[in-house]
Ligand binder design. Structure first.
Ligand code: ZN
Length: 252
């Protein structure tokens, strides 16, 4: 490979690192926002479960009071019944007492229902509280590590940028201009593409046979005639032969 292409490859390696770092820096806050959103969702769920439990307990308390009030009313009615003067009056008291007894039965049935419902609810709240405490700890730890990562990434970006400037300064100006123009056209790369079996590995267009032959013996930087990327000749490597211990390179 000619030296200028190697220089372009080295510059592209730094660019690739910069792209990765920039992506990571952009992803970190998104990741944090996502885990925080999840946490808020779980917090709301717990609040809803706690509210349901509180409503259950409140209603149970009310049912107890209802039973108490109905019992008091019954004893009062029984006292009054003693002084009933007619059979009709007596029956009316009796009827009212039966009504109160019916109310007590209903309240007790409802209390039982509420008590049955409260057991899994209490357990769910307990489980959710423990899980949430654990999740909060995890979110805090992830936030701290994301902050550290972000600081390290920013530092790495500065270093990579300095390295890029240093490398760029060593490139012949026409090659650098060529590279930067391609960088704008292909922000995510690649800028330098391999040409194997007469084909550009980036745009997959076949090179003219003569152009490919010229590339094999190139002494200056050549660009793909279709996409314009800098191309370097990459012979077909016989993987099996490499595995066997020797490298057989075919000149196709
Ligand atoms: Zn191409």
């Amino acid at each position: 490979m000619i030296e200028e292409v190697e220089q372009a490859v080295r510059l592209e390696e730094v660019d690739r690192r910069l792209i990765t770092l920039t992506q990571e820096i952009a992803e970190l806050p998104k990741h944090i926002a996502q885990i925080e959103k999840q946490l808020i969702g779980h917090l709301k769920q717990l609040e809803a479960e706690k509210a349901a439990l509180a409503a259950n307990q409140k209603e149970r308390k009310q049912k107890e009071l209802d039973v108490q009030a109905a019992n008091q009313k019954i004893s009062k009615l029984r006292d009054q019944m003693m002084s009933a003067k007619t059979n009709e009056q007596y029956k009316a008291f009796q009827h009212e007492i039966e009504f109160c007894e019916g109310e007590i039965r209903k309240a007790e049935e409802r209390s039982l229902e509420l008590m049955t419902a409260s057991e899994p609810l209490t357990a769910a709240v307990k489980v959710a509280e423990l899980a949430l405490a654990e999740e909060k700890k995890q979110v805090e730890a992830e936030k701290a590590s994301a902050r550290e990562r972000s600081v390290a990434d920013q530092q790495a970006v500065l270093e990579a940028k300095a390295k890029r400037a240093e490398l760029a300064a060593t490139l012949p100006p026409p090659l650098l201009a060529n590279f930067e123009r391609l960088r704008k056209k292909f922000p995510k790369g690649p800028i330098v593409a391999d040409a194997t079996k007469g084909q550009c590995s980036a745009c997959h267009m076949k090179l003219r046979p003569q152009y490919f032959e010229d590339l094999k013996r190139a002494t200056k930087v050549m660009n793909c005639e279709s996409c314009g990327r800098i191309i370097r000749y990459a012979p077909v490597v016989d993987q099996q032969a490499m595995f066997d211990g020797g490298t057989r390179v075919s000149m196709s």
